[in-house]
Ligand binder design. Structure first.
Ligand SMILES: Cc1cc2nc3c(=O)[nH]c(=O)nc-3n(C[C@H](O)[C@H](O)[C@H](O)COP(=O)(O)O)c2cc1C
Length: 221
């Protein structure tokens, strides 16, 4: 990844990503520009969740993704997924260096629909819970909270200690949604990919992005 780059707009694959069927919006306002979503990857296990989320949105013109990858995530991407962070960067519309606190997503005046951190490490969770915004990922999350925009944290650690739990409580009280990647089987998964898709779909639901990534309880399809 060119860590100082801000690519916007960038080339996108033609057509929508598999499983993503359109956008319903979360504000109820007509969209005369693409909806913007900040996507943070931090250094917990399961970087595959972040990759799958970006893949789901890739090519969907309604959602302009602004990616920030923490130092920890760069390491977990290489160690756990065998993926070069540059490859992940290609899935986003704009990429921001985690050290660049002057990037657009560092300011509340840069309009977005919110942010997801997927996956979210306990270190990033703690920084967000304490307002300790020393890197761009945690600053962008702080911006989402102060602007009362949606912030979804896909926190990944197990088991949890009291510090983790208290930090989750704090961010929840501040307006964030804690959405751990907890296994579900009501959609009858047959593969790890099915389990990952269900988590990605649950996050997309939070932002009102229509998809058919998993079969919903009570639906026929
Ligand atoms: C392979 C690997 C897996 C890790 N898994 C987790 C994890 O599941 N949850 C977590 O909170 N931290 C995990 N860590 C530790 C974080 O990467 C570390 O705390 C790092 O400082 C997080 O920084 P960041 O939030 O800026 O990415 C892992 C580290 C490595 C190298």
């Amino acid at each position: 990844m060119n860590r100082s780059s801000h690519r916007l707009p960038c080339e996108r694959a033609a057509g929508g990503a598999a499983g993503v069927t359109g956008s319903t919006g979360t504000t109820g306002e007509p969209h005369d520009r693409p909806r913007r979503l900040v996507v943070g990857l931090s250094g917990s296990s399961a970087p595959q969740l972040g990759i799958a989320f970006l893949e789901a949105l890739h090519g969907l013109r309604q959602v302009e993704t602004h990616l920030v990858v923490s130092e920890g995530a760069r390491r977990s991407l290489e160690l756990e997924a065998g993926v070069d962070p540059d490859h992940v960067a290609k899935l986003a519309d704009a990429v921001h260096d985690v050290r660049d606190l002057a990037a657009p997503i560092s300011s509340g005046s840069f309009l977005t629909e919110g942010m997801v951190v997927i996956p979210c490490s306990m270190r990033s969770l703690a920084a967000i819970a304490t307002g300790n915004s020393t890197d761009l990922l945690t600053r962008a999350a702080d911006v989402a909270l102060k602007e009362r925009r949606r912030l979804v944290l896909v926190t990944r650690e197990t088991p949890l200690n009291l510090v983790h739990i208290r930090n989750m409580e704090t961010v929840t009280l501040a307006g964030a949604t804690v959405l751990p990647p907890v296994l579900g089987f009501y959609h009858r998964p047959r593969s790890v990919e099915d389990l990952v898709a269900q988590v990605v779909g649950k996050v997309l639901d939070q932002f009102g992005v229509a998809h058919d990534l998993f079969r919903r309880w009570g639906s026929d399809g």
